[in-house]
Design a protein. Structure first.
Length: 76
């Protein structure tokens, strides 16, 4: 296996894991009772971009997964 392909697969898996981090942090910031000392509109201002970025990363990661795991290389 090509080391470059393996590296791309590792980064693809890491990017997929980060999707859960962005979505989870966005949900936590918006809905958490631990952050009640911060005004709700301010929490939405910080949490909504995290959720939107997480959704964007879903589409990017989907394409990377298809490219790195389900396509055949011309070299093989």
């Amino acid at each position: 296996m090509d080391s470059r392909k393996l590296t791309n697969q590792v980064f693809t898996i890491f990017g997929t894991i980060m999707i859960f981090f962005y979505l989870g942090l966005g949900i936590f910031v918006i809905f958490s009772s631990y952050l009640d000392y911060i005004d709700k509109p301010l929490r939405v201002i910080f949490g909504a971009p995290l959720l939107l970025y997480g959704i964007y990363r879903i589409f990017v990661s989907y394409n990377k997964i298809r490219e790195n795991f389900f396509t055949k290389d011309e070299d093989e």
